[in-house]
Design a binder for this molecule. Structure first.
Ligand code: E4P
Length: 229
């Protein structure tokens, strides 16, 4: 499975690259707001200039197809490693499949985002132009956050995407390290992971005994700053 970093803080992006296992990046408007990004395009340009060889996704901001297409072209022009995130529906609930088709037909690499149903996965892959590479971002964590079991959603999404060479399935909304194993086991192509969880992923390879020892050492370190009376 490929592992992407999910965030919009450029310092975090530089830091996680040093872990040596990052294959790409995803961002979204909420992550940009959280990271304090002031100017979208300057931020995107800086990220592309810093990581010119890794796949990076940036989302369009608008909701009408015409403006979305204009934004998509600008974002696409930033670099050959850039994917344009198009939400699978508009805020009014309208399917963006016709727009995705238009963009994909023009050779724009699309990352269809905010997907939460199998029907949305199906509609996305049907819109991809043959011979192109596009991403299908399933928001597994958000589905689970809503109290829904995402197991079948993941399984069926894998089955759909495996039949479509133009589609790579991306597990988004990662909530814990275990999700990386679940995604890999299910046959998902890519998982995007927040930096805080990527940091934990560095523990991978430790034995259970080593985890226990590291735990008590951590307690000991923190105890040293506490009084006992
Ligand atoms: C990735 O492309 C998504 O933007 C991201 O994983 C969303 O994560 P969240 O549900 O934690 O906001």
């Amino acid at each position: 499975i490929d592992i992407y970093s999910d965030g919009a803080d450029i310092q975090d992006m530089k830091k996680v690259i040093d872990y040596g296992f990052i294959d790409g990046f995803t961002t979204n408007p909420s992550l940009m707001k959280k990271a304090g990004v002031k100017d979208y395009l300057s931020f995107a340009k800086e990220v592309v200039a810093t990581f010119p060889d890794l796949p990076i996704s940036f989302e369009v901001f608008s909701n009408d197809f015409e403006t979305m297409e204009k934004e998509a072209k600008i974002i696409h022009s930033l670099g050959s490693n850039v994917f344009v995130k198009i939400p699978v529906i508009t805020v009014d609930g309208q399917s963006t499949a016709p727009l995705i088709k238009r963009l994909s037909d023009q050779g724009i690499f699309v990352n269809v985002t905010a997907i939460a149903t199998v029907e949305q996965v199906q509609a996305a892959v049907e819109a991809f132009h043959e011979g192109t590479t596009n991403l299908v971002s399933i928001f597994v964590g958000r589905v689970a956050d809503a109290g829904l079991d995402p197991t079948d959603f993941v399984k069926e999404s894998v089955a759909i995407c495996q039949k479509v060479p133009a589609a790579k399935l991306l597990w988004a909304s990662t909530r814990e390290v275990a999700n990386v194993y679940q995604a890999a086991q299910a046959g998902v192509d890519i998982i995007t992971v927040p930096p805080a969880i990527l940091t934990k992923l560095q523990n991978v390879g430790k034995t259970a005994a080593e985890v226990s020892l590291a735990t008590v050492k951590g307690f000991e370190k923190d105890i040293s700053s506490l009084g006992f009376s």
